[in-house]
Design a protein around this ligand. Structure first.
Ligand SMILES: Cc1cc2nc3c(=O)[nH]c(=O)nc-3n(C[C@H](O)[C@H](O)[C@H](O)COP(=O)(O)OP(=O)(O)OC[C@H]3O[C@@H](n4cnc5c(N)ncnc54)[C@H](O)[C@@H]3O)c2cc1C
Length: 315
């Protein structure tokens, strides 16, 4: 790879990256995919850290996250994607061909699709690792229908629009939703605040911080510290949903691409184009609204089609 100029490099191996690779591969661009290590040393992105995926179309009975990603990876390989299981540590978009480097390898390329995703913020409290995916979740839309949460009391942590949305969404399944807000007010929009505060199934706990998750095989309770009084209480809940934000994986690009105030890559209009011609962004790295596998895959497809057309024009 060292002395040649590639057509297309894709950075990231979640649904966005592999979908872009499948489309670009079928367009005979022979994309290089830098898969990264982020999900516990495995390629495949965030879905490698979950169990059942119930809402990805095409799997009526659901599919395990790692299996879905294995299938996408195989499909990308089948269409000629060349996979490099390593993290990109440096990019140079100042002139074309662009340069993309890992610790061991530098690749020159005409075009780049960035699909480095985002990471859900965690609280790092005792018990969190034990109950992650087994009572604790960072995605109500993904996990709310899990039988674990049906007709039991659950808690949502956060005070912004996402927390309000998740709390409201979870009222459809849980018997009661405790919203744990760190400060003494909600940051959510006025309309969301009203919906939350007027909902019969939601109880807001002000200045409340979860400090420990407990249970046997599954989550059974969460210790809450009152920020005002310093007192600790135990809340009996079968679920704890984090809605405390995501961090987009954009550190690598902060000097070269336009990012929004939350650090997500800005894309132009309805396209996946960034402010640099020849660089596109797809998936959660440019989306703090939907954050779903299907939307990531959809924008990965868009980015590959846009890159294919652009490459045809410059040649
Ligand atoms: C626990 C959990 C459960 C979920 N369940 C569902 C669900 O049921 N249904 C649903 O639709 N969505 C679900 N989601 C959300 C879904 O996983 C994401 O929306 C989707 O994975 C985003 O895809 P992506 O391709 O944008 O990025 P990601 O999946 O985040 O993948 C990003 C990739 O980029 C790589 N990367 C990062 N930095 C670098 C670098 N410097 N160099 C190389 N590679 C790099 C990472 O290693 C990773 O492979 C869930 C998320 C979580 C965390």
């Amino acid at each position: 790879m060292k002395n040649t100029i590639e057509q297309l490099v894709i950075i990231g191996s979640g649904p966005a990256g592999y979908t872009a690779a499948i489309y670009a591969g079928r367009a005979q661009l022979q994309p290089i995919v830098f898969e990264g290590f982020a999900a516990g040393g495995l390629p495949g992105g965030q879905l490698m850290t979950t169990t059942e995926v119930e809402n990805y179309p095409g799997f009526a009975e659901g599919i395990q996250g790692p299996q879905l990603m294995k299938e996408m990876r195989q499909q990308a390989i089948r269409w000629g994607a060349k996979l490099v299981t390593d993290d990109v540590v440096k990019v140079d978009f100042s002139h074309r061909p662009f340069s993309i480097a890992t610790d061991d390898l530098e690749v020159k390329t005409q075009a780049v699709i960035i699909c480095t995703g985002a990471t859900a913020r965690r609280l790092h409290i005792p018990g969190e690792d034990k109950f992650w995916n087994n009572g604790i979740s960072a995605c109500a839309i993904c996990d709310g229908t899990n039988p674990l949460f049906k007709d039991v009391e659950i808690a949502v942590v956060g005070g912004g629009d996402s927390a309000a949305e998740e709390a409201l969404y979870l009222t459809k399944y849980a018997s009661k939703v405790h919203l744990l807000v760190r400060s003494d007010r909600l940051r959510a929009s006025k309309i969301m605040q009203q919906r939350v505060l007027n909902h019969a199934k939601i109880q807001v706990h002000w200045q409340a911080l979860p400090i420990e998750a407990n249970g046997d095989d599954v989550l059974q309770s969460v210790k809450i510290q009152s920020q005002a009084a310093g007192t600790i209480t135990e809340l009996k809940v079968g679920g704890l949903f984090y809605a405390i934000g995501h961090t987009p994986n954009t550190q690598l690009f902060q000097d070269s691409l336009d990012l929004d105030d939350k650090g997500y890559i800005k894309t132009i209009g309805k396209s996946t184009a960034t402010n640099i011609a020849g660089v596109w962004a797809a998936g959660d790295v440019q989306d703090h609204i939907y954050r779903q596998a299907i939307t990531a895959a959809g924008t990965g497809c868009m980015a590959a089609l846009e890159a294919e057309r652009w490459l045809a024009e410059i040649h």
